[in-house]
Design a protein around this ligand. Sequence first.
Ligand code: SF4
Length: 145
Amino acid sequence: MAKEEKFQAGVNTHENVIFSCYGGVSNTGITSALASLEAVKELGLEKAAVMCLGGLPTHVKSVLGKTQAAEKIVTVDGCPFECARKIVEQAGFSPISIMLTRDIGMKKKGLSEDIGKEIKGVMEYISDDEVKRAKELIIKTILEE
Ligand code: SF4
């Protein structure tokens, strides 16, 4: 898809956009979403924002416009299904892909696996260290020339 000079709907936009997968039934999907938000908290909203993944297949004009205007489009996926990258590519964009099982060595854990056994609270499946390493990779990807 051809890059437009600026988003033309009369509003400011973000320099870079992140599309994150968010499967709330696995450690990988939750970590993708948390790390993406942490990256934006650190970078600031002028530099980057987490864009609405669902706005691409539903053709939300502002989502398409802001994505076209972005310097970088980064997808963050938890696992090899790469839901975010595929949706972004199907919308005609060429994102830089981060995939947590590949890029930070995460092991995917489906949270339903423990139902009927010893199921824990949802955040007990999330590693602060993995969120931090994923966040750092997202920030590095946004900032590198
Ligand atoms: S990429 Fe993997 S972890 Fe993320 S939403 Fe898709 S299936 Fe879930």
